[in-house]
Design a binder for this molecule. Structure first.
Ligand code: AMP
Ligand code: MG
Length: 424
């Protein structure tokens, strides 16, 4: 009797697999933002997402001021040709305004950041003027209105400076501080519960430094996931290692989904007899998708368990990182109501050949560089086995090969997703 072959992750093309683009679309429609907000001090707001638009209570800068060290004058003092001598009547410092009014024929010594004195609308930089005692000479080349930062140049009063959904980074926090705002309404922390599954796993806590029995390995995924989740905007709930047992898996998934907004597991979602996460998810959850046309990450379960968003990631350590970055991270951003959700993708020239058959989207590990003409280039880290976690450690980007793409030759254009601050 011949063996009737079932679809498997070895097939180059499986019609039943869901394209990544469709998986992203389903995720977008399945996840609604958490609308609970809390008020935090600005110094605790890094990485948090604004829950409300911020309208500026004031103009920045509040008054017109000098952009340079020099002399504040009225444009009417600029000669039509040649030179003219102006009378110096005072000095304006940053933080110490000059009360005097500048009339045509007069000038005030002014320093960067000082408020423009009344009557002055132009600053002649000190390099273009000649001072002697209480007079200063300027010429016809002075440009009217130059070197003045007008009031409200950066922000107008009542303007919406930062929209709801903005993730607060150093620049945004600086802007808020410049507006005098020191508490902000942000989306509450997202609670993420995670656990590893597998009878072969041993925890570092109990077994680090020991020789593991045959067939056992250290649970690395939980540590990878915890590090990927590390953010002031996320509260993590580490539920440890769950054995390959249907009751234990059921209980773990139930408990995780009751405590968290989002649940991430690793392992146990293939079609094997010990893959209980798959079984329990189908029984307890609303399955949105299951098998993706991507490598690594073909088995990837997504849906809802109770009210929690659920991701069953594959057990392979590389697949964990890839699927986390492609799906879990965007899902967390969607829960936060963040404006920018999907990973940044850039074009680069490949310096490596990469074997691929059209059909699935592939995420290879890459090392960024620069070609001779200054363009971004990328080299493969080499062998791409899904168990080679060190390939991610060597890489500083993912190389994204579209489903229809075949083998890549050196010089071909590909897409990359830089890690930048993503992994640390
Ligand atoms: P699974 O998806 O459960 O079939 O696991 C696929 C592969 O990933 C197996 O070789 C596992 O031993 C490995 N694996 C699963 N979970 C972990 C984990 N938490 N840490 C390291 N390797 C794992
Ligand atoms: Mg397993």
């Amino acid at each position: 009797m011949t063996i009737e072959k079932q679809p498997s992750c070895d097939d180059p093309v499986e019609p039943a697999l869901l394209p990544v683009i469709e998986a992203r679309r389903r995720m977008a429609s399945a996840i609604s933002p958490i609308n609970d907000a809390e008020s935090v001090h600005l110094s605790d707001s890094l990485a948090r997402v604004l829950a409300k638009d911020i309208h500026s209570p004031r103009a920045v800068p509040p008054q017109s001021n000098s952009a340079m060290d020099g002399y504040a004058i009225s444009r009417e003092s600029i000669p039509a040709s040649g030179e003219t001598t102006l009378q110096l009547i005072g000095t304006a410092w940053a933080g110490r305004p000059c009360e005097q009014i500048v009339k045509p024929g007069q000038a005030i010594r002014i320093f960067t950041g000082a408020i423009m004195p009344e009557g002055a609308d132009t600053v002649v930089i000190q390099e273009h003027a000649m001072q002697s005692d209480d007079t200063v000479r300027i010429d016809a080349e002075v440009q009217p209105g130059k070197n003045v930062r007008p009031a409200g140049e950066d922000v107008q009063k009542d303007e919406c400076v930062l929209c709801s959904g903005t993730t607060l980074g150093a620049a945004e926090i600086g802007v808020l501080a410049s507006l005098g705002i020191n508490t902000v309404d942000v989306v509450r922390k997202i609670r993420v519960a995670f656990f590893s599954t597998g009878d072969e796993l041993r925890t570092l806590d109990e077994h680090a430094g020991t020789e593991l029995p045959l067939g056992m390995l250290f649970d690395s995924n939980r540590h990878t996931i915890k590090a990927l989740l590390a953010s002031p905007a996320i509260e993590t709930i580490d539920l440890g290692v769950v054995p390959d047992d249907v009751d234990a898996t059921r209980e773990a998934l139930r408990s995780a989904s009751m405590q968290a907004d989002l649940v991430v597991t690793s392992g146990g979602i293939s079609a094997g007899d010990a893959d209980f996460v798959a079984q329990v998810f189908q029984e307890q959850g609303q399955v949105s998708f299951w098998k993706l046309a991507m490598r690594p990450g073909r088995p990837l379960a997504f849906g809802l368990v109770n009210d929690a968003v659920f991701f069953g990631l594959p057990g392979n350590p590389v697949a964990v990182v890839v699927t986390y970055l492609q799906f879990v991270k965007p899902a967390i951003k969607r829960l936060q109501g963040a404006i920018r959700v999907e990973p940044v993708t850039l074009p680069a020239i490949s310096t490596s050949a990469m074997r691929k058959t059209p059909g699935r989207m592939e995420f290879q590990r890459g090392i960024l560089g620069r070609s001779d003409d200054g363009e971004l280039s990328v080299a493969s880290t080499g062998k791409q086995g899904a168990g080679r976690l060190t390939s991610i450690a060597q890489a500083d980007c993912l190389i994204v090969l579209e489903p229809e793409q075949g083998t890549v030759e050196p010089g071909d254009r590909v897409k990359i997703q830089p890690f930048f601050g993503l992994l640390a």
